[in-house]
Design a protein around this ligand. Structure first.
Ligand code: UDP
Ligand code: MG
Length: 138
């Protein structure tokens, strides 16, 4: 099934000049980028984006991190884009990520793990609309 998913290169990835390598992996996987921009979230915007994690012990630190610098936000499209991009990212904890995945190759920390990807069609719909309006998606 053709799907869209929301991908983010997190502030650690942008600061470490990993935009190119991450975009290469996405393109090599055969996913299409149908929207893309560089943004900097406020703390409040990061809290809204991650509201599903409100109350968890890492929520405060995560939303500080996500608002600490610019991010690249993208819409990816393709057959089974949600699960394919999750697989390409690797496990949340980079120490458990499969070889060749983005987090296996580049993540340095369970929090500073370079990338985000939606985990379901419902979260993809919410997350895409959080950053993009219809006119911004080709
Ligand atoms: N995170 C963290 N500590 C944890 C779990 C998650 O700092 O124990 C951070 C990490 O940056 C992760 C994000 O919170 O990517 C969202 O967590 P989630 O479980 O949704 O992981 P993801 O979907 O990004 O793999
Ligand atoms: Mg998640």
């Amino acid at each position: 099934m053709k799907q869209q998913t929301l991908a983010i290169i997190k502030p650690d990835g942008v600061a470490r000049k990993l935009i190119g390598p991450v975009v290469s992996k996405i393109e090599n996987e055969g996913l299409s980028i149908t929207a893309m921009k560089l943004i900097r979230m406020t703390k409040e915007q990061a809290k809204g984006f991650y509201k599903v994690h409100e109350g968890k012990p890492f929520y405060g630190s995560l939303t500080d991190f996500m608002s600490s610098g610019p991010c690249v936000v993208m819409v990816l499209e393709g057959e089974d884009a949600i699960s394919r991009y999750r697989k390409l990212m690797g496990a949340t904890d980079y120490r458990k990520a499969d070889p060749g995945t983005i987090r296996w190759e580049y993540a340095t920390d369970i929090e500073k793990n370079v990338v985000h990807g939606s985990d379901s069609p419902e979260s993809a719909a919410f997350e895409i609309s959080y950053f993009f309006n219809a006119l911004e998606i080709v």
